[in-house]
Design a protein around this ligand. Structure first.
Ligand code: DMJ
Length: 443
């Protein structure tokens, strides 16, 4: 036996099963997650986020709401990082309080914290996650108090006062998965009904050709900016129309998605020499207003996969990858006609790798693994710092900025991990991800 072992070693024959390249990549993603989490632990423990260059921390508001630990918790569970999950959980239960007299963004707090607490509850089972989620949900409810039912942008967590009467479709229409799931677990229908009313309010104000604009007054219902696109300020409204239908089986959401789907294809989808992209257009006339696309728009192939349009998803993902490769890492904004960068930052966004994950799940085509590998390796090359990961202020020069958004741990590394990991780690058929990659169970 010993002689065989020596011979095997000499010949380079593995006796233990070799890890596949995908398994090795998944393991590497896990190690990079730990690197970023340890940076947070060392320099930002108890605060919202790590500042990776100055090795310090920052809070969004006057007190910490534990953005990073809450956002990152379910990724730890998925990666099997039980020790880290236990310490994050202890921190959350000992420190997290929503009893603060300050205004917060209803959208950001919903997708990151309410979503994070709900997936934590579903995956871990500890009732205290649900208690925190319900407390937060009730404090956010005044945001829905408008003449149209569409939400104000900001709400004071203690007093319930609201502000930012002019809001946008993404912030009004990206609440359903979280508030609907809160109703499912608390049996209080107020959450589901409020979020649905907000979403329907938006849908009813779509243009005759089936598009929504960029900003709307939630009291008067008048559009303030009529530019239609799938980028920031609109993006996840479309995502939630489809996903809310998949999660809750409510036909009204299917109706919303089906009303917009052909309009997006007819007026925004743009096939040009450089590839297939989504441009911008006037919501009433459909006339092209700009040919800009960016890192946020890259979510769309993932949604198209869920909608069953693999063909368009594949074409747009080719463009996504082209955008990534242009400077070795994707920019916030790009003119897809002349391929000039219009906004050079990269805040560690997930959407491109997220779409590669959905497409790999749907097609099994190894080219999506290759795309993921390139994207993951450029993250290491350009964004890794001694104590975490840093956003880039300019993808053309690779200059870093002092930010590590919580979605890097909640989404970017989660989708990278799931792309490479064995399918048994996570069953996509039984879950819907909220827009911050917090999985909600379909049942
Ligand atoms: C996240 O907070 C969410 O994915 C949101 O839908 C868009 N912005 C960031 C990630 O880019």
């Amino acid at each position: 036996m010993k002689r065989f072992l020596l011979l095997a070693l000499a010949l380079g024959i593995a006796c233990a099963p070799q890890k596949s390249e995908k398994e090795q990549l998944a393991e590497q993603v896990k190690q990079e997650f730990l690197h970023a989490w340890n940076g947070y632990k060392q320099h930002a423990w108890g605060d919202d986020a790590l500042k990776p260059l100055s090795k310090s921390s920052k809070n969004w508001y006057d007190a910490s709401l534990l953005m990073t630990p809450v956002d990152a918790f379910d990724t730890m569970l998925l990666m099997g990082l039980d020790e880290e999950a236990a310490e994050a959980k202890e921190l959350i239960f000992s420190e997290l309080s929503f009893d603060h007299d300050f205004f917060v963004s209803n959208f950001e707090i919903t997708i990151r914290l309410l979503g994070g607490l709900l997936s934590a509850y579903e995956m871990d089972g500890d009732e205290r996650f649900l208690e925190l989620a319900e407390d937060l949900g009730r404090r956010l409810l005044p945001a829905f108090d408008s003449a149209t039912g569409m939400t104000y942008g900001r709400v004071n967590l203690k007093t319930g006062e609201t502000e930012w009467q002019v809001n946008n479709p993404a912030e009004i229409g990206t609440l359903m998965i979280e508030f609907g799931t809160l109703t499912k677990h608390t049996k209080d229908s107020v959450f589901y009904n409020s979020a649905k009313k907000a979403m329907m309010g938006l849908y009813e104000r779509r243009s005759e050709i089936g598009l929504v604009g960029t900003t709307i007054d939630v009291e008067t219902g008048e559009w303030q900016n009529k530019e239609a696109h799938i980028s920031g300020m609109i993006d996840s409204y479309y995502e939630y129309a489809l996903k809310s239908w998949l999660l809750f089986g409510d036909e009204d959401f299917r109706k919303i998605w089906k009303a917009h789907e052909p309009a997006l294809e007819k007026y925004l989808l743009d096939e040009v020499a450089s590839g297939t992209w989504y441009g911008r257009a006037n919501m009433d006339t459909g006339e092209r207003t700009a040919t800009t696309y960016g890192a946020l728009d890259a979510f769309m192939p993932g949604v198209l996969v869920l909608a069953g349009d693999i063909e368009t998803a594949e074409k747009v993902q080719e463009s996504n990858f082209k955008m990534w490769q242009l400077h070795g890492i994707e920019p916030e904004g790009l003119n897809y006609v002349d391929m000039e960068v219009t906004w050079a930052g990269y805040p560690l966004r997930p959407e491109n790798i997220e779409s590669a994950y959905y497409l790999y799940q749907a097609t099994g085509d190894e080219k999506y693994i290759e795309m993921g590998k390139v994207m993951f390796q450029s993250l290491i090359e350009y964004c890794k710092t001694e104590h975490g990961y840093a956003a880039l202020s300019d993808v053309t020069t690779k200059e870093k900025s002092d930010d590590m958004e919580s979605f890097f741990l909640a989404e970017t590394l989660k989708y990278a991990y799931l792309l490479f990991a064995d399918d048994k780690v996570f069953d996509l058929d039984k879950h819907v991800f909220n827009t911050e990659a917090h999985p909600m169970r379909i049942d």
